[in-house]
Design a protein around this ligand. Structure first.
Ligand code: FES
Length: 85
């Protein structure tokens, strides 16, 4: 799934506005885009991108999710919703 008009470098992750919705975008070294809904599945805090670890981290209680949205650390137990773009 490739989005041509999103300004993002390979290896970078960030939150963007896309059609009125916040999306958590990551572009891998091959140029493939991964998109998730960047809201923690524990209590709903907006996630931050961790550049070093290349994953999503919750500022509230510290849950971590892969760029594909899979839970790495709790307290969250549910994966992030993948975004369809
Ligand atoms: S709301 Fe995300 S871990 Fe607390």
């Amino acid at each position: 799934m490739i989005i041509l008009d999103i300004d993002i470098e390979k290896g970078e992750g960030k939150i963007i506005d896309y059609k009125g919705q916040k999306l958590g975008i990551y572009k891998n070294e091959n140029g493939k885009i991964f998109a998730v809904i960047p809201d923690c599945t524990y209590e709903g805090c907006r996630l931050n991108w961790d550049k070093k670890e290349k994953n999503w981290v919750c500022p509230c209680c510290g849950s971590r999710f892969s760029y594909e949205g899979k839970v790495i650390n709790g307290p969250a137990t549910e994966n992030l919703e993948k975004a369809t773009i």
